[in-house]
Ligand binder design. Structure first.
Ligand code: DAH
Length: 367
């Protein structure tokens, strides 16, 4: 620092022998201080304070020691005055610098902490239940409300449970439209179940009557994929067996289901059909949910939509189960619904593949 030379010497050595020269000396020092502080970063104010005000080595202490104390008597008042002026100037300037710096630091912290509420937040996409899952839950809600319980079973089945025990013998034509995938290797002789009906048998083998169950699950068929067929789809099976179940209970249950699923105005129609494991068998139709039965493109102008297959349990099936299932004492009904089909119908979806393509543009329509 350019001041160090002069502040180490006395006024006599500096030849400051008049009040003017003393004032000029102090003016010079003040200029140096002003220059020094103007050129510094705000955060350096402490370094400058040390350089100027430090009790042992600060420049003001040097000036006091070298200029003020040994000053000749006649100059002492001027030197004292100038010294006080310089000291107050240095102190005041440093103090205002300190305040400035603290305020700036506070402002910076406040700016950092400020939350900009106008900024859009980080949106985290949370998943939703798939439409098939939602439909299952709806179906389960309806049947749980009338005393059914949910059971699940294996997707890899034996031909016995998938066919024979359901009264579908080896060369029965009913097997034709249920061609499936046969397992090779260690589980050879097994197949991928073509329907959830095997769980009728498995449940009755395990549990004494009465039973009231629904069976949600995946089933497989060797279908050629198109708009309404795939190699896998979803079913929900139903079975109710007790000592006093009549066709009336069957019909009442089915009608209750249709109204719950499609709305109170929906009407039900039973159409004769054939399944080896039910006798009699029926297709359940509902009045078209789009036109209400007057006829439209969706119901192909018939007013009716086919919902699912059903019937009274064929006594031959109890024969396969044996045990407590005495065909002379028991009766019951069963049904098997295609869940994909029901969902597509209810929500107006025309293509089966969109259900498994995982396109979020489709999935988001069913939050
Ligand atoms: N298992 C049949 C199928 O997949 C559907 C079915 C029809 C199930 C009538 C039943 C029933 O329980 O009674 O085509």
């Amino acid at each position: 620092m350019a001041t160090s030379d002069s502040t180490k010497r006395t006024l006599v050595e500096l030849e400051a022998n008049s009040p003017e020269k003393v004032t000029a000396l102090f003016d010079g020092i003040r200029g140096i201080f002003d220059f020094d502080i103007a050129g510094r970063q705000q955060t350096d104010w402490q370094a400058i304070r040390d350089a100027w005000l430090s009790r042992k080595t600060g420049l003001l202490t040097l000036i006091g020691d070298n200029w003020l104390k040994p000053a000749p008597k006649e100059l002492k008042p001027v030197v004292g005055q100038e010294f006080q002026k310089l000291k107050s100037h240095v102190e005041a300037t440093l103090e205002s610098k300190r305040k400035e710096m603290e305020a700036a630091a506070e402002n910076a912290a406040a700016a950092r902490d400020q939350i900009d509420l106008s900024l859009p937040g980080v949106e985290r996409a949370i998943g939703t239940r798939h439409l098939i899952r939602q439909t299952y839950e709806e179906l389960e809600r309806i049947f749980l409300s009338i005393g059914f319980t949910v059971v699940e079973g294996p997707e890899i089945e034996t031909p016995y449970y998938n066919f024979e025990a359901l009264n579908i013998p080896e060369h029965h034509p009913a097997r034709d439209n249920m061609d499936t995938f046969y397992i090779e290797g260690s589980r050879a002789g097994h197949l991928l179940r073509t329907h959830t009906s095997p769980m009728q048998i498995r449940t009755m083998e395990k549990e004494k009557p009465p039973v009231r169950i629904i069976v949600p699950g995946k089933v497989y068929r060797r279908d050629n994929p198109d708009a309404t067929h795939g190699y896998m789809f979803h079913q929900i099976e139903g079975l109710a067996v007790d000592t006093d179940i009549t066709f009336c209970e069957f019909k009442g249950t089915v009608e209750y289901f249709v109204r719950e699923f499609l709305g109170p105005k929906a009407r039900t129609r039973l159409r004769p059909s054939y399944f080896p494991f039910t006798e009699p068998s029926a297709e359940v139709d509902a009045s078209c949910h789009v036109c209400g039965g007057s006829g439209c493109r969706v119901c192909k102008f018939s007013g009716w939509i086919e919902l699912f297959g059903s019937g009274m349990v064929n006594p031959a099936v109890y024969g396969f189960v044996g045990g407590d299932y005495d065909p002379a004492k028991l009766s019951g009904f069963a049904f098997g619904m295609g869940v994909d089909r029901l969902a597509m119908m209810k929500y107006g979806i025309s293509e089966l593949p969109v259900l498994t393509q995982n396109d979020v543009r489709f999935l988001r329509q069913f939050p």
